[in-house]
Design a protein around this ligand. Structure first.
Ligand code: NAI
Ligand code: MG
Length: 357
């Protein structure tokens, strides 16, 4: 049976990088005997909102439930649709309704990509950010009292459940255990957020007792952010709550050159629901329509998808590694899109990666 994949290009450059992702994923899958069937979906986009006043049809969940994975471009067109409407109406629904509680984001410095951090070589920066993706600081629980008056007070709640916290910590501990360095950094802020974060730390401590082989390093988010810049070689696997992980996972990719290459996976590790694979970047209205978006983030996300889909067979891991090697080769030797100082187009880059396979 082929793996069923919903291809959801979304908006802006999402629509430009998605075909290049498919091109490379299909080529790698073919080589390794992995069968895929893509179904293209036009909703979860601001185009759908313009036509129907909603981001998605009412039965979206039923339509996607049977898919093995969602391969997603980017969503958002702030000129027409406020970002909280477009994001909450699509991507955040997927993450929550499909219980994609792990947001996994690799950060790696490649040869040929100028590093904004002075003196860093490829090999110095190679870590994984594990962000909690369904609860924590991102909720719609709260309210405004006495709005519009001098007494105006705004409350915004955080939610940390034991189940939600333990499962993401567990994923991060297992991931660290599977890597040679056996190192896990836990982002916290227990000096400032005096209720949720001391409790988060205590859950990490409790789990650390089950993983004596892992060196666990708890760091406050402020100094941790500084060390992403000053000592990035310290990190291997980093686990963080939703808000802290969100910030770290833009800082990390920015520190290795361009957001145009940063991939991510939104995982439901139990496979009760489809997982979602997408570039970290958004729809980039500023460069949309020019055909110059870097497709590598989309392509690398597709590699993560193949690895996850075929867990246990080895074929997906081999396909993933082939794609990452092809990306390495293109970043080293070109062609390059303008974000990396070149003049190549989105499709030239996609074809160059596919040819290297
Ligand atoms: P953005 O990531 O779309 O763009 C930030 C900057 O990076 C822009 O200058 C853009 O040209 C550049 N950039 C991004 N991806 C690139 C690529 N592949 N190649 C070359 N350059 C690239 O973030 P921004 O501008 O804050 O948001 C634009 C829209 O995207 C908003 O509606 C926002 O809500 C949405 N968004 C959606 C995300 C998603 O679907 N996961 C994630 C982030 C933002
Ligand atoms: Mg973000």
């Amino acid at each position: 049976r082929p793996f069923q994949i919903a291809l959801i290009p979304g908006d802006g450059i999402g629509k430009e990088v998605a075909p290049e992702g498919v091109r490379v994923v299909e080529a790698a899958a073919r080589r390794h005997g992995i069968h895929l069937r893509f179904t293209e979906i036009g909703w979860a986009s601001c185009d759908h909102w313009r036509a129907h006043g909603t981001m998605m049809p009412a039965d979206w969940k039923a339509q996607l439930q049977g898919m093995d994975a969602l391969f997603f471009g980017a969503v958002g067109w702030p000129a027409d649709v406020p970002d909280h409407v477009s994001l909450w109406g699509s991507l955040l629904q997927f993450r929550r309704e499909f219980d994609q509680y792990v947001n996994l984001r690799p950060v790696r410095l490649f040869d040929g990509v100028p590093c904004p951090l002075a003196g860093r070589q490829p090999g110095d920066i190679d870590y994984l950010i594990v962000r909690e993706n369904t609860e924590g600081e991102y909720t719609n629980i709260g309210g405004t009292m006495w709005p519009g008056t001098e007494r105006e007070v705004v409350l915004q709640q955080s939610v940390f459940s034991r189940r939600g916290t333990d499962r993401v910590l567990k994923y991060a501990f297992e991931l660290a255990a599977s890597r040679p360095r056996h190192k896990l950094t836990v982002a916290t802020k227990s000096n400032g957020m005096a209720v949720s974060m001391p409790w988060w730390d205590s859950r990490a401590d409790a789990m650390a007792a089950d993983y004596p082989q892992i060196a666990v390093d708890k760091q406050h988010i402020d100094i941790l952010s500084a060390r992403f810049v000053l000592q990035p070689d310290r990190f291997d696997v980093v686990v963080a709550s939703n808000l802290f992980g969100d910030i770290l996972s833009d800082l990390g990719p920015a520190s290795v050159g361009t957001i145009g290459i940063a991939p991510s996976a939104n995982l439901n590790p139990e496979r009760s629901f489809p997982s979602l694979f997408e570039p970290v970047h958004g729809s980039a209205p500023d460069i949309h329509g020019k055909g110059i978006a870097n497709p590598i983030a989309m392509i690398w996300s597709g590699a993560m998808m193949l690895d996850f889909l075929t867990d246990g067979t080895g074929a997906g891991r081999a396909a993933h590694d082939d794609i990452v090697r092809a990306i390495e080769g293109v970043l080293r030797e070109g062609p390059r899109t303008p974000d990396l100082g070149g003049r190549a187009s989105t499709s030239e880059l996609g074809r160059a990666v596919a040819e290297r396979l």
